[in-house]
Structures are given as structure tokens and as C-alpha cells.
Design a protein around this ligand. Structure first.
Ligand code: LLP
Length: 432
């Protein structure tokens, strides 16, 4: 039974039902929400550790580094926890680099990715001596070179090549096709490599591919790994040996409980592809580590008829807290935090935001709901809080980390004062 919010077996981790209550690492979600309010993100530290270690251990001693993609969730506590497990970082802006540094990551543990790095970002990034700046174009490479020349020391760069591989994911998060804005096409990359011999302020340390996110079949991922392996071999033969290869992120998770690529199988395929080069492997995983480690909790704030077969359940969490359903039509499981055996009703679970696209879950069969009931939106740890917004002046939600039977707030709920701290009202007089 649940007592004081904590249930019996501490050895069971993650999100599971115990006596009809949804719990996180043994702590009742209802108890956390009653204390911290909703909308609320809750993360399982045990799941984060398990998922990081599963990926790390799958390399079976093959040299590698996991550069956690901060864009998936860059809460300080989560980054620190992963760093403590041996993670390195993938940052997508100079500000993610700033945050990574505050998490304790050293410059040599950070790769800087991203399709558009501004001159100001490069001015700050090049002197840091990062593990690599993953370059997206000939122009960007030249801009980095110019800064390195002024500093009088070579910049470590990786070239992101667009391999023209279909990730077979949602078009908004597929990046590996020629038509996508990402990376340098193969022919152009070869031309670029040919110029490097005469460019002393550029040190090519790796080639990089990232073909997309939420990839659920092995073939595209293996294809990308074989592609970088072939490039590394070609470059070594041309007298440009690399330090490592960067295979990007992209490993998908199961949002609907249908089978997806197994972590060990994925790592085995990547290692098999890269092993002939003898080079260490860098991965940039985001979703596969944090996605299943988080839920978003929302309360039912209104119920109203929709049509002959279903009702609207309006909850206090929507596209401002979790944009994925509205943006990609993404599916997230939704479940009442307290279950019952009553025959289910069909609901359109919607958020409170003034947009018709603010639908969290369509046609869901849930036990009959009442105002105040708590719902858990599952697998929201990645690209959830990280993509939240203040639209409709909704405050950014609080975040809680459950660890070993206790929990703490790792981001407090934003207040109106927090929100307005950056704004300057007009003086009372003369506002016309
Ligand atoms: N490396 C690079 C260069 C990336 O662009 C990304 C993700 C990753 C690594 C991490 O990929 P992951 O392992 O998480 O799949 N907001 C979207 C996902 C956007 C992914 C952007 N890039 C979503 O909610 O599905």
C-alpha cells in the first residue's frame, strides 16, 4: 500500500502501477502533484541511470563516448546526473554550451552541433577548445578558420556530411536527406576535405552524421554508420586520419508500446560498421535516454460533451508544456494516475491553450474522469520541458526529480514576476 507517498518495493524502478496508483521509483505521483501542483514534470533518476548505462554497457569495451544531446532536456540536475555517470555533452547553441559548463562539463567533453551558428556564437566557441565544432557548410568552416587564425591555434572541427539517407521518421525530424537543410552534401564535403592540407588553422578530427530523430528501424542507423566508416577510411587513405567518428543521435523509443530497435542491437550494428576503421565512436543520444524517464502530470479542469461517442477532457497541461502532439501529431500514452475498473469512456484530451491543435491525445479510452483527476502523459522526458513556452502567458511548469524514494524540485514553477522580469513597462504618464 501507499504510505506517505512511498510504496513497498524500492527495487522496482521507473513508472509503474502499484495498487491502482501510478508511482515513480516507488513514490506516488498523486502525492507529488498534491504538493507541487500541476502541470508538473516528474523524472525518474533510476530510469535515467538505467537507460544511460544500458547504452554505455552495450559497447562492450569498444572505445566510445556518449555525448548526451542537451536539446532533449537541459535541466541542470539532469545534465549533472548524466555527467556523473560519465556522459559528455552535445550542445546546439552557445547557450547550451554555457549551460553545459554550469553542469560541470569541460570544453573537451562538448561537441558543438547546429545548422546555424551565428558569428557571435563562433567567436565565443572557438577559443574554448571544444572536442569539436561540427561544421555544417564551407562558409562556416571558413569563419571558424578565420577566428582560429586570429587566436593563432588550430580549431578542432568535424564535418557533418549529409548522407542522403531516409531516416523514415516524421518529416519534421528527419535530417539526412539531400533536401534537408542539414550538413554538407557528399561531393561538396570531398571538395572541402581536399582543401584541408593547406589550412593549418583547421584540424579535422571527425566526420559526423545525424540523419534524424525518433528512428525506430535499424536500417537507416546502420546505413549512416557504414557511411561514416567509409568516409573515415577514404580520408585515412588520403593522408587525413581522424580521431573518431560521430554517428549522431536518433535512436527512437516506443511511445505506444510497439516494438522498436533494441539498444544492444543498435550499438552492435554501429560498432560492427565502425570497427574496421579502429576509431572510437561518438554518439549523441537524447530521446533514448531521457524520453521514457519523464512524465507530464496534468489535472482535469473541465469535461464537456463532444459528440455521440466521446467527451472533451480539458486538462491544465497542453501545447505550452508539451508541444510534440501539436507539432508532430505525436502520440503519448495518457493514463489516469489513479486507476479504476470502471468501463472506459472515450475522451479527446485537450489542453487549455487557444489553438485547435492543442490536443494532447485523440480518441483515448480512459476510465470515467472527474474534475480534479490527475492524468500522466508518458514518455515526456525528452523534448517536453525543453520545448515549453509562455504562450497565453502560461508559466513554465515545475520539474521534479525522484531519486531513491525521495524527490526534489529541480525547477520551480515560473511566476508572473519571473516572466515579466525581462520586460519594461511604459511609464504611467505618456503611454498614449
Ligand atoms: N545530434 C544532433 C545533431 C541532433 O540534431 C539531435 C536532435 C540529436 C543529436 C539528438 O537526437 P535524439 O537522440 O534525441 O533523437 N523536437 C523533436 C526532436 C528534434 C531532434 C533534433 N535533433 C521531437 O520532439 O521529436
Amino acid at each position: 500500500m501507499i504510505s506517505g507517498g512511498i510504496v513497498g518495493s524500492r527495487s522496482v524502478t521507473g513508472f509503474f502501477h502499484h495498487s491502482g496508483h501510478l508511482v515513480c521509483d516507488g513514490v506516488a505521483l498523486q502525492a507529488i502533484a498534491d504538493r507541487e501542483g500541476t502541470p508538473l514534470y516528474v523524472y525518474s533518476a533510476a530510469t535515467l541511470r538505467e537507460r544511460f548505462r544500458a547504452l554505455d554497457d552495450a559497447f562492450d569495451g569498444y572505445p566510445h563516448a556518449l555525448h548526451y544531446a542537451l536539446k532533449a532536456n537541459s535541466n541542470l540536475a539532469i545534465g549533472q546526473l548524466l555527467r556523473g555517470l560519465g556522459s559528455c555533452a552535445d550542445a546546439n547553441s552557445i547557450w547550451e554550451i554555457d549551460v553545459a559548463r554550469r553542469m560541470g562539463f569541460e570544453p573537451h567533453q562538448i561537441v558543438f552541433t547546429g545548422v546555424g551558428k551565428s558569428p557571435a556564437e563562433l567567436e565565443r566557441a572557438v577559443p574554448l577548445g571544444l572536442k569539436a565544432i561540427n561544421v555544417e557548410s564551407a562558409g562556416e568552416l571558413a569563419r571558424i578558420e578565420a577566428i582560429a587564425q586570429t587566436l593563432g591555434r588550430p580549431a578542432r572541427v568535424a564535418v557533418r556530411i549529409n548522407p542522403d539517407i531516409d531516416a523514415k521518421s516524421h518529416p519534421h525530424i528527419s535530417t539526412g536527406l539531400k533536401i534537408n537543410k542539414f550538413g554538407v552534401p557528399l561531393d561538396a564535403a570531398r571538395e572541402l576535405f581536399a582543401t584541408l592540407h593547406g589550412r593549418p588553422f583547421l584540424k579535422l578530427v571527425a566526420v559526423h552524421v545525424h540523419i534524424g530523430s525518433q528512428i525506430t528501424s535499424l536500417d537507416p542507423l546502420t546505413g549512416a554508420a557504414r557511411f561514416v566508416a567509409a568516409m573515415a577510411t577514404e580520408l585515412a587513405a588520403a593522408g587525413m586520419p581522424l580521431e573518431y567518428v560521430d554517428v549522431g543521435g536518433g535512436l527512437g523509443i516506443s511511445y505506444d508500446e510497439s516494438p522498436v530497435v533494441d539498444t544492444r542491437e543498435y550499438v552492435r550494428a554501429v560498432v560492427d560498421a565502425i570497427r574496421p576503421t579502429g576509431l572510437p565512436i561518438v554518439l549523441e543520444p537524447g530521446r533514448s535516454i531521457v524520453g521514457p524517464a519523464g512524465v507530464l502530470l496534468g489535472r482535469v479542469i473541465d469535461l464537456k460533451p463532444r459528440n455521440a461517442v466521446s467527451e472533451f477532457a480539458v486538462i491544465d497541461a497542453g501545447m505550452t508544456e508539451l508541444m510534440r502532439p501539436a507539432l508532430y501529431n505525436a502520440f503519448h500514452r495518457i493514463e489516469p494516475v489513479i486507476a479504476s475498473d470502471d468501463a472506459p469512456t472515450q475522451y479527446e484530451v485537450v489542453g487549455p491553450v487557444c489553438e485547435s491543435s492543442d490536443v494532447v491525445g485523440r480518441d483515448r479510452l480512459l476510465r470515467p474522469l472527474a474534475i480534479g483527476d490527475l492524468l500522466a502523459i508518458r514518455d515526456a522526458g525528452a523534448y517536453g520541458a525543453a520545448m515549453s513556452s509562455n504562450y497565453n502567458r502560461r508559466p513554465l511548469p515545475a520539474e521534479v526529480l525522484v531519486d531513491n524514494g525521495t524527490w526534489r524540485v529541480i525547477r520551480r514553477r515560473q511566476s508572473v514576476d519571473d516572466m515579466l522580469a525581462l520586460e519594461q513597462a511604459l511609464a504611467e504618464a505618456g503611454t498614449r
